[in-house]
Ligand binder design. Structure first.
Ligand SMILES: [Zn+2]
Length: 160
């Protein structure tokens, strides 16, 4: 009888691949972000991607920056981490100590939200805004509140 497979992907890679799959649903032409929340027992609680509130159709406003705030996507889009939290239909008690896998390091608003929801760890792929003030605020908030964060890399194969 053959032995069991030993070259399976890690939990980190599995959950990040789920986050990547979620990002593929994003209609945003510039930035597609996905998030996957996994509890301490390696169960997926929720997933999300950046998108508009469900009452707004994707065609209701241009998917670009605009000088008119009423038509600027940034004022309407809900970020992946926030959507993942909001999509969860169970008790927020389950989120205590959970790990959030996100394809892009969280902005300061999402960082605060994840902290307040009780998340214990943030695992991310991309950190393209690392040097911005917002990212510094995110790191400071996470560190101050005892939420750990770490970056992982996937093989090119995993990124499709
Ligand atoms: Zn955000």
């Amino acid at each position: 009888m053959p032995g069991k497979r030993s070259d399976v992907i890690s939990w980190d890679e599995f959950f990040m691949r789920v986050a990547i799959a979620a990002s593929l649903r994003s209609k945003d032409p510039k930035t597609q972000v996905g998030a996957c929340i996994a509890d301490t027992n390696h169960r997926i609680l929720s997933v999300g991607y950046n998108g508009t509130p469900s009452g707004i159709t994707d065609d209701a406003f241009p998917w670009e920056d605009s000088d008119d705030p009423l038509f600027d996507k940034h004022n309407y889009v809900i970020h992946a981490e926030a959507n993942a939290l909001l999509n969860y239909r169970g008790s927020l008690k389950d989120v205590q100590g959970a790990t959030v896998y996100v394809t892009l390091f969280p902005c300061q608003e999402c960082a605060k939200m994840l902290i307040q929801a009780g998340v214990g760890e943030v695992v991310y792929l991309d950190d393209k805004y690392h040097d911005t003030l917002g990212a510094q605020v995110s790191r400071t908030a996470l560190e101050t509140c005892g939420v750990t964060y770490r970056r992982i890399e996937l093989s090119d194969d995993a990124l499709g």
